[in-house]
Design a binder for this molecule. Structure first.
Ligand SMILES: [Mg+2]
Length: 436
């Protein structure tokens, strides 16, 4: 029966990669003022020279070495496994990577060990998809509902989602999946862009980039906000006056407000008819998010890119603090945990609008969005995947955006592979442009 028992994991390479993005203020917001976009990059090798699993954890500079070190502490657990056992014992491997009783003390399912597990699981899923010759989204979409359920850790979730209910959600789309795959390949999925909206940009640059984004077909644009209310009002007024009411606008405060401050600030921005307000306060303050959402309704509250696990997402959804579910490919523990979050979002009727940008996040998270559209929540007009036009040139198979839509990726795997010359050029040890 075994299909891939001849493929064995033989070793790994982890690399600290940093890009000097702080020099141009790309990625700047009210909390993260000078990010150097970075990747804790993981390659898992097999006995077949042409087959490796690749993934990364996105960080913004200092501390990327710690993320690499955390990956290195855990990754030995998978060396020597054959690919059949990676597939059949997937959930056991996932649990094993998170259950070292001493590392767990450093953060039970949060922080760098949580993301390290995510890096390893994502690299394993990349490997599985490549071995099947399929893009990850298609591999996941074609898996039987029972197979998907088998890779999800339902612990701590039974107050909102039991296995049977999750299985029912997946079974509901069983008959439409083939048609949905077709639609996904033909039409793609809507993107939104944050590229014009960084807080460090001058008004003229913001307006030029907004015009460009609209010309490129984007219907929703996101602007960073939250440092000074008068700046936010000035910037949003400029955009609304120049581009009209039809342009969808979201804003992102990147966690800088307290709960009361957020309520007042968001009320002041009501005239701009915002599609959502993102990360109004601390990402783990589920109760605070719920209070904000209730006070500013019907303005939707979006969050999730820094929520550390499915358990935080559970609380946000259960308490009503999250109108838009922003999963991230490398923040939680990889594909396995994001599957649980996508199913919970469906249960609560919340759209999944993935967070992306950074380094490689667009490349990886698009697979989860396409899986969600094909096999869980179908096609609806509340889904947008974030797109930021930075650093894609370093990837072997970068995302493709056409007329404001993500094109369904067709290459085998999860698209995290970086070009060898980029890895070498931006490997931290040889890169003195990034500040310590
Ligand atoms: Mg954000």
């Amino acid at each position: 029966m075994s299909k891939f028992s001849h493929i064995t994991i033989t070793g790994f390479q982890s690399t600290d990669i940093r890009f000097p993005t702080s020099s141009s203020l790309d990625g700047s917001d009210a909390m993260n003022v000078d990010p150097d976009y970075s990747a804790a990059y993981l390659e898992i090798f097999t006995n077949l020279p042409s087959l490796k699993g690749v993934s990364l954890v996105f960080t913004i500079g200092r501390g990327n070495d710690l993320q690499v070190a955390a990956i290195e502490k855990l990754v030995n657990k998978i060396i020597g496994l054959d690919l059949d056992s990676v597939i059949e014992e997937n959930l056991t491997i996932y649990k094993d990577l998170g259950s070292d009783s001493q590392y767990r003390w450093l953060g039970p399912e949060y922080g760098i060990f949580q993301m390290a597990r995510g890096a390893i699981m994502n690299a394993l899923w990349d490997l599985i998809a490549k071995a099947h010759g399929k893009p990850l989204w298609l591999l996941l979409s074609e898996m039987e509902p029972e197979e998907i359920i088998k890779v999800i850790d339902f612990s701590y979730l039974d107050d909102v989602l039991e296995k049977d209910e999750a299985l029912n959600i997946l079974n509901a789309t069983r008959d439409s999946k083939l048609r949905n795959i077709d639609i996904a390949k033909k039409s793609g999925l809507p993107a939104y862009t944050t590229s014009p909206g960084w807080l460090g940009y001058k008004d003229s640059k913001m307006m030029d980039l907004t015009r460009q984004a609209i010309d490129d077909g984007f219907r929703l644009i996101k602007y960073k906000c939250g440092r000074k209310l008068e700046d936010d009002i000035r910037r949003l007024t400029l955009v609304r006056e120049a581009f009209g009411e039809d342009l969808l606008i979201a804003v992102d405060a990147n966690q800088v407000w307290s709960v009361n401050q957020a309520i007042e600030w968001i009320k002041s921005l009501k005239p701009f008819n915002l599609t959502w307000v993102e990360e109004p306060t601390h990402p783990e303050d589920s109760a605070g998010h719920a209070q904000i959402a209730a006070a500013v309704a019907p303005t939707p509250i979006a969050t999730g890119e820094m929520a550390s696990s499915r358990i935080t997402f559970k609380q946000l959804m259960k308490l009503g603090g999250q109108s838009v579910v922003q999963i991230d490919a490398s923040r939680v523990s990889g594909v396995n945990e994001n599957l649980a979050i996508i199913l919970m979002a469906k249960k609560f009727g919340k759209p999944v609008c993935p967070h992306a940008g950074g380094v490689g996040l667009c490349e990886m998270v698009q697979h989860l969005a396409f899986f969600d559209a094909v096999a869980v929540s179908g096609f609806h007009n509340s889904r947008y995947i974030e797109f930021v036009d930075h650093l894609h040139e370093h990837f072997v198979y970068p995302v493709k955006i056409e007329r404001g839509n993500y094109v369904a990726p067709s290459e085998p795997g999860m698209n995290a592979d970086m070009k060898r010359e980029s890895i070498e050029a931006y490997s931290f040890k040889s890169n003195e442009r990034v500040t310590l």
